[in-house]
Write a protein that binds this ligand. Structure first.
Ligand SMILES: NC(=O)c1ccc[n+]([C@@H]2O[C@H](COP(=O)([O-])OP(=O)(O)OC[C@H]3O[C@@H](n4cnc5c(N)ncnc54)[C@H](O)[C@@H]3O)[C@@H](O)[C@H]2O)c1
Ligand SMILES: O=C(O)C(=O)C[C@]1(C(=O)O)C=C[C@@H](O)C=C1
Length: 315
């Protein structure tokens, strides 16, 4: 698939053909925030050569820029987001969700007519709200969210196969031109991802239960265990075997990223947390009254979910 972007007309000028596998989707892809996600896209783009002809990385952090240079995963590394965005036919924001609005405000005024702005934020409603005031009719905006990651962050954490066999969720807006949506879809397909479209609100509810609440629980359980170790001055954490260790992997995730995710998906996350607490109360009641059937039923449901994820190569 190739997408050509006219300088003179709007996003409708982007043309795409799904079968031209060898032609890069974009001419110049600018990745703003080449951390775990952004540097994985760059690595994949470099490895395959079918995502973009030229790769530009932009980061506010001098250390991150130096590291991207050393790793050699972009053709150019720049400090000024606006200067880079003016060269692009696609700008991909890979910064923490709280920085999406301010970065969009910088880049949108200078983006070329007919170009595409996309982002990979873990939440969608509030990111779209933050970006929307700066949108222009001649630049297409395609919100996306690759459901892949690790507990590590920064340019060293990325790898080219991160998105393989993972979902990438697209939440197009009413005005998102189909050609632009198609170009972003092809980019993620070429990263190895499986694509699904949904509304931003549905996205946020789904991610609240399958991603944001599990992180909240992992951070909380680690904090509780740590408090207990302090209070009792005992070695509880020394005996943490694999059950607790599985939580600590998730709890090792980046604090800035997760602070932003929790605050920007506040409503859906609090709703899922309330439901979880009701279910946890029900489990507490079952344990108190010795309700063996309830306990076994809940555990069996957990096992069934794990089994189906393994069968679908998601675990
Ligand atoms: N980590 C995950 O598992 C995961 C998965 C899918 C989506 N996401 C989303 O992707 C985005 C990036 O996450 P990540 O894990 O790659 O983060 P990261 O911390 O690894 O990388 C973010 C990079 O953005 C840079 N940055 C921050 N503010 C900036 C600004 N204003 N201008 C330019 N650069 C800036 C940082 O210096 C850093 O290099 C977030 O929005 C996150 O919600 C994360
Ligand atoms: O695997 C992990 O460590 C992740 O945290 C990845 C994970 C997730 O919760 O599944 C985290 C945030 C994203 O927005 C998408 C994926």
């Amino acid at each position: 698939m190739s997408s050509t972007v006219s300088d003179a007309s709007g996003p409708d000028a982007v043309t795409a053909s799904a079968h031209e596998a060898a032609t890069p989707v974009f001419d110049t892809l600018v990745v703003i925030g080449p951390g775990l996600i952004g540097s994985s896209v760059l690595r994949r783009a470099q490895q395959k050569g079918t995502l973009a002809r030229q790769l530009i990385a932009v980061d506010v952090s001098p250390e991150a820029r130096a590291r991207v240079e050393e790793l050699g995963i972009a053709d150019r590394v720049m400090a000024d987001a606006a200067e880079a965005a003016a060269l692009a036919d696609c700008v991909m924001l890979c910064v923490p969700v709280g920085a999406m609005g301010p970065v969009a405000e910088k880049v949108l005024p200078v983006m070329r007519p007919g170009s595409i702005l996309t982002e990979v934020g873990s939440t969608k409603v509030s990111v779209i709200e933050a970006i929307s005031p700066f949108l222009r009719p001649d630049v297409a905006y395609v919100p996306a969210h690759p459901m892949a990651g690790t507990e590590y962050s920064g340019p060293d954490a990325g790898f080219a196969t991160l998105f393989e066999d993972r979902w990438c969720l697209l939440t197009p807006l009413d005005g998102t031109p189909p050609e632009a949506l198609n170009a972003v879809r092809t980019l993620w397909e070429r990263c190895g991802a499986r694509l699904r479209e949904m509304t931003p609100a549905h996205h946020d509810r789904v991610c609240a239960i399958v991603s944001h609440l599990p992180h909240l629980l992992a951070f909380t359980i680690c904090g509780t265990a740590d408090d207990l170790a302090d209070e009792t001055r005992s070695e509880v954490l020394d005996f943490a075997a694999s059950g607790f260790r599985d939580f600590t992997r998730i709890a090792a995730s980046d604090p800035v990223m997760w602070r932003d995710v929790f605050l920007s998906n506040r409503e859906a996350l609090l709703e899922m947390l309330a439901r979880f607490m009701e279910d946890a109360q029900a489990m507490a009641r079952a344990i108190r009254w010795g309700d063996e059937d309830y306990i076994v039923d809940r555990i069996q449901r957990g096992r069934a979910i794990r089994k189906s994820l393994i069968e679908n190569r998601q675990a």
